[in-house]
Design a protein around this ligand. Structure first.
Ligand SMILES: Cc1ncc(COP(=O)(O)O)c(C=O)c1O
Length: 437
């Protein structure tokens, strides 16, 4: 026992430099990481191995909606870890059905299937749409095509990758799943031209996340809904990044008047534990019979208990109101900054999913933000993305602006030889920080 304890202590003492070196030597090099090792977090802040503090406006890519070390989540995980972490889906567990019921209440759909990640939820949703089409009398097996949108991101597994738009993700792994076509974003004529009786599903992110925070228009959604109904195809909403409260609504599609048939969720659901799900109306869900789909780990007791607690915290603390209020403050502050920094082209988003579209490269700004103790992210080379936890306070918003303004000022200086012109413009404008308060 003493030996074990010593070993565990030893593991903790590995130096950050050694961790970074071992990553470079022993891990497949699929990520480009800065040399920071995060050791713990509390609320909206993370701490690295040197004890430096960072304001986290990325939340583990939209996962840590309750921030770090939320006492209620920690309590539930500790409790369940001491009971059963896993029993398999051959048996009932106390939390899976209550979680399915809760998600049905939140979404207005009827049934859930639990998986382990976003990509896996997308795979299941596609399989369900195909199974539904095959089960329909008279489809003659021809109703197999899947429509997705240009600029989409749905995941890295083969099915999810096949409906993900950027070629850089797809091409190295071809051939992919056949029968996929991409519709131009918000283009009704293209949608109508590509949607016919051979389509079994159209998948839409109501707000494109990785694609750069673009909102699907009401008209486009409405027409996709009509065409899906007309052809008995599934309208699938991929809510993995924008769903479960991030827009200030339970689901991003709830800003439209009509619902989808199938919804995928993941990221914040397990409060940091891996959990994905797809939800469906009875009409579509009934296409799955025992044995048609399954998962060893999906929806285990530990992770479902954590997910139930997450949804309760969001409800009891009225976090959707906080998401809306802080999101409005952030976008207003950013719009003020855009009047001073002309390389900010546009501010987009809803609630706490925010895109800052730049006319310059975003990567250096992300690096500078990290240096200043602020975590943000960049997508499509020039769109800064903010995905802060739902629990951020007005103080956190002020801290964000005081750091981010310096990042922008630094970028302005290096983007322009004539810093004097920028400085003159800056001094003529009120501080965005004050505006954001
Ligand atoms: C909209 C959307 N769908 C699917 C995925 C894939 O999820 P995961 O990385 O959990 O497989 C992501 C991940 O970023 C996403 O944003």
């Amino acid at each position: 026992m003493a030996k074990l304890r010593k070993k565990a202590r030893g593991a903790k003492q590995i130096s950050p430099a050694k961790i970074v070196a071992d990553e470079a030597r022993y891990m497949m090099q699929t990520y480009r990481r800065p040399g920071v090792v995060f050791t713990h977090g509390r609320g909206t802040h993370l701490y690295d191995s040197h004890g430096r503090e960072y304001l986290d406006f990325l939340a583990g890519i939209a996962v840590n909606a309750l921030g770090y070390a939320n006492p209620r989540i920690v309590r539930v995980i500790r409790r369940e870890a001491g009971r059963t972490m896993h029993v398999s889906n051959l048996f009932h567990n106390p939390y899976q059905a209550p979680l399915a019921r809760k998600l049905a209440e939140w979404s207005g759909l009827d049934r859930a299937f639990f998986a382990n990640s976003g990509s896996e939820a997308v795979e299941g949703a596609l399989k369900l749409a195909r199974a539904h089409a095959h089960a329909r009398a008279g489809s003659g097996g021809r109703q197999t095509r899947i429509l997705a949108l240009e600029n989409s991101f749905h995941g890295r597994t083969f099915g999810a990758l096949s409906i993900t738009y950027p070629e850089k993700y797809r091409e190295p792994f071809e051939p992919l799943v056949p029968g996929v076509e991409f519709v131009r974003f918000n283009d009704m004529a293209d949608l109508e031209a590509k949607f016919d009786e051979t389509v079994c599903a159209i998948i839409v992110e109501p707000i494109q996340g990785e694609g750069g925070i673009h909102l699907v228009s009401d008209e486009f959604w409405q027409r996709a809904r009509e065409l899906a109904t007309q052809h008995d195809a599934a309208l699938i909403a991929d809510e993995i990044q924008a769903g479960l409260g991030r827009t200030g609504r339970r689901f991003a599609y709830q800003r439209f008047s009509l619902p989808p048939d199938i919804v995928t969720v993941a990221k914040p659901l397990g409060s940091g534990l891996p959990l994905g799900a797809f939800l469906a109306s009875d009409e579509f869900a009934s296409a799955f019979k025992p044995g048609l789909h399954g998962s060893t780990f999906g929806g285990g007791p530990l992770v479902c208990a954590a997910a139930l607690e997450f949804l309760s915290v969001v409800e009891e603390k009225d976090l959707l109101a906080n998401v809306r209020e802080r999101g409005t403050e952030i976008r207003a502050g950013l719009k003020k900054l855009a009047t001073r920094f002309d390389f900010i082209r546009e501010i987009r988003g809803e609630g706490l999913i925010v895109g800052i579209d730049l006319s310059i490269e975003g990567g250096p700004l992300v690096k500078d933000a990290l240096r200043r103790g602020l975590l943000i992210n960049c997508t499509h080379e020039h769109i800064l993305r903010l995905l802060p936890p739902f629990i951020i306070s007005r103080r956190d918003v002020s801290e964000f602006f005081s750091k981010f303004e310096r990042v922008l000022a630094g970028a302005a200086k290096s983007a322009r030889p004539s810093a004097a012109a920028y400085d003159a413009k800056a001094s003529a404008q009120p501080m965005a920080l004050a505006a954001a308060r």
